[in-house]
Design a protein around this ligand. Structure first.
Ligand code: ZN
Length: 252
């Protein structure tokens, strides 16, 4: 009982897809909380290869500093037939990625993140975990409305009312651009974490792991690859700018 209470107050469940953002969120939670569990979702994504990245990334995270003692169970939820039954998008079928008339990318899967958070809360409820951590971001993103801060805040209220708990939904990347997400990884786990994210995580919408770039594997041209590559390049430029500034400071 005492153990359960301890886990509840200082325990977190992280939505973990196997991508860069969610891997950074797991590291963020491991740096803060004594007990961290993860949950992944199979929703018929065409880049289901990301799910195969989850185990190696978890193993890599467990090898960094004292995080291995904190990393708890992994949960998988299969919602492929459910989401596929209610519609087709470019993220769940072999359709070309494009913008729709409403100004949304056709990779948007309506209701996806709302369902993820609802399932995550149901698991957190059962596991006695108070914090739910997710990688949504509205700073440097594809324009999905269910990644917005207001959506997450509204979900927190709805879940707490509907499940009679005091869950705290935490989104450490919400106000960070992709360069700042790389910088956060460096700050949390040093170059070991940055290397793990480059090598083992997956972001590419097309599921391409045949091409290796500086920033990791991917086709290099889909919106997810463009965001990841752009962030990497800006972060590297900022770092080399900082190094140059430090080197040119007069020594006293
Ligand atoms: Zn790609």
């Amino acid at each position: 009982m005492a153990e359960d209470r301890e886990r509840g107050q200082d325990g977190a469940l992280v939505l973990f897809s196997g991508g860069q953002d969610s891997a950074t969120c797991v590291a963020w939670a491991l740096g803060r909380y004594r007990h961290v569990e993860t949950v992944g979702f199979a929703y018929g994504q065409r880049h289901a290869i990301e799910l195969t990245c989850r185990s190696p990334v978890r193993a890599g995270l467990a090898g960094i500093a004292r995080w291995g003692d904190r990393l708890g169970e992994d949960h998988m939820v299969d919602m492929a037939s459910g989401l596929a039954a209610v519609g087709t998008t470019a993220l769940t079928s072999e359709t070309a990625i494009a913008m729709t008339e409403e100004g949304l990318p056709n990779t948007f899967v309506p209701g996806r993140n709302l369902l993820f958070l609802t399932y995550a809360a149901a698991i957190a409820w059962r596991r006695g975990l108070r914090r739910i951590v997710a990688g949504m971001c509205e700073t440097d993103y594809s324009g999905y409305p269910d990644c917005r801060d207001d959506t997450i805040k509204a979900m927190q209220v709805a879940l707490n009312l509907g499940m009679q708990r005091r869950f705290v939904l935490e989104t450490p990347l919400m106000w960070r651009d992709k360069a700042a997400t790389w910088a956060l990884a460096q700050a949390l786990g040093g170059s070991a974490l940055v290397e793990l994210i480059r090598e083992a995580t997956h972001s590419c919408y097309l599921g391409d792991r045949t091409q290796r770039h500086d920033w990791g594997y991917g086709c290099g041209t889909c919106p997810a690859c463009e965001l990841r590559a752009g962030g990497w390049q800006r972060w590297r430029a900022q770092r080399s700018g900082n190094d140059a500034a430090e080197a040119s400071e007069p020594h006293t």
